[in-house]
Ligand binder design. Structure first.
Ligand SMILES: Cc1cc2nc3c(=O)[nH]c(=O)nc-3n(C[C@H](O)[C@H](O)[C@H](O)COP(=O)(O)O)c2cc1C
Length: 320
């Protein structure tokens, strides 16, 4: 058994787990070990600039180890971006081979590359040879068919990848339906590289079931489960689902996230956009979260928003 102290990784979630969210999260919650940043599209060398890399500039980091993620299908661009990230101090970069969105897929980026092992091979050949950073990949089972990942595995096994993060859904599933743990198991047994499990870790009991089914896996990536329950890493690490002062801690976290968006976004509308997305997840475990979110969704003014949040949090209970 290798997983008595699992390594817990924050999943990249574009638009949500921004540097602002990540910094606030680390100030208020424990148990997370590593963060993976949302994807940055690869661009040619002359278009690489601090604005593009802003989310991963070291001065914006939360303090936890951060793995930047790139999405793209041009080896040269990838290598130039890897050099720029290495100059910022990074030693590992993740390549996104999992993004399920159709416009991205159609351009053979993200999960759109999964059915093309030869293309992946050609890119990894260049990137692993020329990148100053170690490379990991984040994959799904395939676009429509789990056998696509199985066909890609011999290619992945050829390279010294630091890790293969597997989210066991197909791209066509998007985030619906259930994760396919049998397909994950098949893939896991065929991969000769370190594997990180990702998908639907929403509570301690699912996490424990994963641990007992895959006792050698010691890396787990958490996305929506952690956004809805930011105490989840603490609960997993301690084994104790009881949380003291949960609502006060959520309120303090919320104030921090709100303050950082108010500081950088201009006008009520963009701040409200970010905060409504925040509550899409964060309201799930509040006893009055459903009603609160319904009211928040209609709000057009920040002052009304703040009043609603204060009113509902004053009455809320944390439903673990
Ligand atoms: C809104 C949203 C944005 C996401 N952005 C990214 C991303 O930038 N890079 C990536 O590899 N995966 C991204 N994902 C996928 C998550 O990292 C993760 O693989 C997925 O949510 C499954 O894990 P979970 O069940 O723990 O949430 C995103 C998912 C969502 C819902």
């Amino acid at each position: 058994m290798n997983n008595s102290s699992p390594i817990l990784v924050l999943a990249p979630m574009r638009g949500i787990t921004t540097m602002h969210y990540r910094k606030a999260f680390i100030r208020h919650f424990q148990g997370l070990d590593i963060e993976m940043a949302p994807f940055i599209p690869t661009v040619s060398a002359e278009r690489i600039n601090p604005k593009l890399l802003k989310d991963v500039l070291p001065e914006n980091n939360s303090g936890l180890p951060l793995i930047p993620q790139l999405i793209g299908n041009k080896a040269d661009d990838f290598v130039q971006m890897a050099i720029a990230l290495h100059d910022l101090g990074y030693n590992e970069i993740n390549w996104n081979l999992g993004c399920p969105h159709k416009p991205i897929r159609k351009k053979r980026r993200g999960s759109g590359l999964l059915p093309y092992p030869d293309s992946v091979d050609a890119i990894l050949d260049q990137v692993c040879d020329r990148s100053p950073c170690r490379i990991s990949v984040k994959v799904r089972l395939g676009v429509s068919d789990p056998s696509e990942l199985m066909a890609l595995i011999p290619v992945l096994n050829k390279y010294p990848l630091s890790e293969v993060v597997i989210h066991p859904r197909t791209a066509e599933q998007m985030y619906d339906g259930t994760v396919d743990l049998d397909a994950f198991e098949d893939a896991y047994h065929n991969i000769d590289l370190p594997v990180c499990y990702n998908g639907d870790i929403n509570d301690l009991s699912f996490f424990r079931a994963l641990q007992s089914r895959f006792p050698e896996i010691d890396r787990f990536m958490l996305g929506r489960g952690l956004l809805t329950n930011p105490f989840l890493c603490e609960v997993i690490k301690s084994g104790d689902p009881k949380i003291e002062n949960a609502i006060e801690r959520i309120a303090a976290f919320h104030s921090d996230v709100l303050a950082s968006y108010e500081a950088i976004l201009h006008g009520d509308h963009p701040v409200l956009g970010k905060m409504k997305e925040f509550w899409t997840y964060q309201s799930t475990h509040l006893s009055n979260g459903r009603n609160m979110f319904k009211k928040l969704k209609k709000t057009q003014r920040l002052s009304t928003y703040k009043a609603i949040v204060a009113e509902f949090l004053a009455d809320a209970e944390w439903m673990a």
